[in-house]
Ligand binder design. Structure first.
Ligand code: FAD
Ligand code: MLT
Ligand code: ZN
Length: 475
């Protein structure tokens, strides 16, 4: 019999024995969403308040135990699950899920980090406001995880990434101190911006326990269209037209390749995908939000689509007639990652490139991949409005996906990321680095930038206790 780690008793004293999980099936916390790595935790600890988080962090720091902050565990880069050593504590924020204060006049909401994104959206909507962050994982991802990864999603073209939506943070430092930065100020130039340092740091610099986020007025009308386009060039042309016609009314612009859509049809036959019988390589979902009226929204949207049809950058389009229909059109786009997961293990890329250069990148990189990895299937979709593609690679039809990944993932990544560098793009637009892309970061980020990042990590977390070996390796 092995003796239990002494920190466990201290943790039970802080959060109660029921909230220190060490036995049974812990896969909800130990296995990442993409099922890439099944880690093993010393314990899953579920604090219920900022004071408890601080006490847990202090106890772990004193015992020399490292911690992995976790929200909804929907991350794409194996950043929120423990390693396989059985020595790390998963610090789950799920019990800290309350909306603290909604300040309508300041257009802000202050919320616990473990609040599920959809619950926050709904609470804001009930109060008559829009919280615009929107991801297909919104039913389980948390605001802390969104901040930890600086999540993007489908409304970035208008409202920006999570970073742009955040006005303040409350953070527990790796030493267990509490920094209260929940001011809700829109202007504050008092030195280094610690908020921006924490956002996107993937749990490596501290634990976010609460945040003050921006709110917007609810749109009076929201219209969604699904359009078939003859090429990626045409999709980019349509994006330009949409910016000109709709201006700030353009709130979503997503592209989906034919093969990506065929996976939705294959795995979710109940979902009806428009234009599957048309000879079009890509489809686009676009959204127009309007503060005036439904009639105004429809007139502008129809003028845009008429111009696009005339110019030839749209072959055909449907505009949703109701909120239900609009949800159905969005649901097609949002089902792609799930359909791809059903199809089997895959190589996921989350790249960004200047919008103007995306067609050239895809044409030339598609050709190189086809030449070097015959039969590999390209699942291309994403947030074209932000220049962000999920340029994914699925194993050849009928082949052993696990073997394909084992033998080819490195070479596929090397090809794609070399092309991304040539186009001065990024190897991680919105998912982060986690442990999956940590090695790649060494090759694709400038040595000067890496050196500054390491210095920050060492200054804030000198004993490397917070999510070690994520983003950076510290020897
Ligand atoms: P987790 O997965 O639990 O954690 C992610 C990272 O944040 C980890 O490094 C973790 O340590 C850190 N972290 C978590 N909580 C905290 C905290 N309180 N303090 C400090 N660090 C913390 N991402 C996008 O950007 N855009 C998309 O469109 C998108 N769509 C998705 C669709 C699906 C179907 C799925 C499954 C995922 C999608 N994602 C998307 C990825 C994922 O949902 C986001 O990265 C999300 O922000 C993660 O939130 P989470 O609460 O699940 O975080
Ligand atoms: C998306 O845009 O659907 C997400 O980022 C998830 C994914 O890429 O699989
Ligand atoms: Zn995405």
């Amino acid at each position: 019999m092995t003796t239990p780690h002494p920190v466990l008793e201290a943790l039970r004293q802080i959060v109660g024995a029921a909230n220190v999980l060490t036995e049974g099936d812990l896969s909800a916390w130990e296995l990442d969403w993409r099922k890439r790595v099944h880690g093993r935790a010393l314990a899953v600890v579920r604090p219920a308040s900022t004071a408890e988080v601080a006490a847990v962090v202090k106890a772990c720091a004193q015992a020399g135990v490292s911690m992995v902050p976790q929200g909804g565990n929907t991350g794409m880069v194996v950043g929120s699950t423990p390693d396989t050593s059985g020595t790390q504590v998963v610090l789950s924020l799920q019990r800290m899920n309350q909306v603290r204060v909604l300040d309508g006049a300041n257009l802000t909401v202050t919320v616990d980090a473990g609040c599920v994104l959809q619950s926050l959206q709904e609470a804001c909507e009930r109060a008559g406001f829009l919280f615009p962050l929107s991801l297909a994982s919104e039913g389980s991802c948390t605001i802390g995880g969104n901040l930890g990864t600086n999540a993007g999603g489908t409304q970035v073209v208008r409202y920006g990434n999570t970073r742009e939506l955040c006005l303040g943070l409350e953070v527990v430092t790796p030493q267990g101190d509490i920094w209260d930065g929940l001011t809700g100020l829109r202007k504050d130039n008092t030195g280094y911006d610690l908020r921006h340092l924490m956002i996107g740091s993937e749990g490596t610099l501290g634990v976010i326990t609460a945040a003050t986020m921006k709110l917007y007025p609810l749109p009076v009308s929201q219209l969604t269209a699904f359009a078939a386009v003859p090429s990626l060039e045409a999709a980019v042309e349509l994006l330009g037209l949409a910016h000109r016609h709709l201006s700030a009314g353009l709130t979503g612009f997503e592209v989906m390749g034919r093969f990506a859509l065929s996976l939705v049809t294959r795995h979710f036959p109940q979902i009806k995908v428009p234009f599957q019988d048309r000879d079009c390589p890509y489809c686009v979902v676009l959204e127009n939000s309007d503060q005036e009226s439904e009639t105004h929204a429809r007139e502008r949207f129809e003028r845009l689509l008429e111009a696009a049809l005339e110019q030839g950058c749209v072959l055909d389009a449907v505009v949703a007639e109701s909120i239900t229909q609009a949800r159905q059109l969005w649901h097609i786009r949002e089902s792609i990652p799930l359909a791809q997961a059903q199809e089997g293990l895959n190589i996921k890329h989350d790249i960004s490139i200047a919008v103007s250069r995306i067609p050239e990148f895809v044409r030339s990189t598609d050709a190189l991949l086809a030449q070097q990895f015959p039969g590999a299937r390209l699942v291309n979709y994403g947030h074209l409005g932000d220049g962000n593609l999920h340029y994914n690679v699925q194993a050849p039809e009928g082949s052993d996906a696990e073997a394909f990944l084992k033998n080819q993932e490195g070479a596929v990544n090397a090809l794609v990321y070399e092309r991304v560098d040539q186009f001065r793009g990024s190897i991680s637009a919105e998912h982060g680095i986690g442990s999956l892309k940590r090695g790649e970061l060494q090759h694709h980020k400038s040595p000067v930038a890496l050196c500054m990042m390491r210095a920050i990590k060492q200054a804030l977390d000198p004993h490397n206790r917070m999510n070690p070996n994520r983003v950076l390796s510290i020897e």
